[in-house]
Ligand binder design. Sequence first.
Ligand code: KG4
Ligand code: ZN
Length: 340
Amino acid sequence: MADQPIVLGIETSCDETGIGIVRGHTLLADTIASSMEEHARFGGVVPEVASRAHLDAMIPTVESALAKAGLRVTDIDAIAVTAGPGLAGALLVGVAAAKAYALGLGVPLYGVNHLAAHVAVDQLEHGPLPKPCLAMLVSGGHSSLLLVPDVAKEVISLGSTVDDAAGEAFDKVARVLGLPFPGGPHIDRAARDGSGTAIAFPRGKADDGTLDFSFSGLKTAVARYVEKNGGSLSLPDVAASFQEAVVDVLTRKALAACAKHDVHDLLIGGGVAANSRLRALAQERCDAAGVRLRVPRPGLCTDNGAMVAALGANLLEAGVAPSQLTIPADSSLPITTIHV
Ligand code: KG4
Ligand code: ZN
């Protein structure tokens, strides 16, 4: 095992400066500096503030990851970096740093897709990915169902949101309820004291036969409900009923995708995969359908550098040629492009 390559992963697609180090598929360090507090008062991530924070955090975060792993920078065999999708300026900081490390150390560079990295990270916790597996990625920026024959070689998009991402819906509804940003964890917590069946909120696109999602109608329905019932509403019931509507549709569509493509392994990733009700309902429905469920621990579901390093290790293992030092940051990199 000791001779497996050591990969350093750099993630800067949003507000987290994530640095991860793996040896093969063993996690050695996962260090994160977040600029979330600087964005909270704006109710969302401010791209320029995020870019500057990445610049300040980059070198200290790399150094703390190396210290945690007990390594020197010269021990690194390859650099992997999120090349997209994400915020253009934020991505640019990570890509520039990755090129500098790769050039300075004389090691290969792998520019990778953020979404494929969310899939690859699960190997660090639960071992090799089944081929194929079905992946549902739910975060503040994306809600997608993917068929993954091999995360190093082929990722196929089966469906995605037609409007808001699942995490975006959590954040917007939290705002309507007067809860802080990012709203997901606060709704999750508030919902524990409420009933998921108290209010019948709409399940957009639930039965339309597609593998796409829609959450903007639900968001509007919650806003209308709050407007109408202002003083007398039960916040825990609204939170729980909203959350139930989201996770009901997510799990229904994920299992429909498994059935349609005859896949028996479902992986859920992205920040919303930290949601306790989503984890519980997905487990219940997977058990009933004979599908094995894999969900990384919450710290690996939200954006981090370990996921990027994990995908880099897959690419090395598969003998994929490294990226050119001229690669761009691509804010709208399609999910089917695993590396650039
Ligand atoms: O993957 P992530 O860290 O960043 C993006 O790439 O967007 O996901 C962040 C999103 C936010 O919308 C946040 O509210 C949501 O994940 N989130 C949750 C929970 N924890 C984070 N949503 C629901 N329940 C949670 N426990
Ligand atoms: Zn993400």
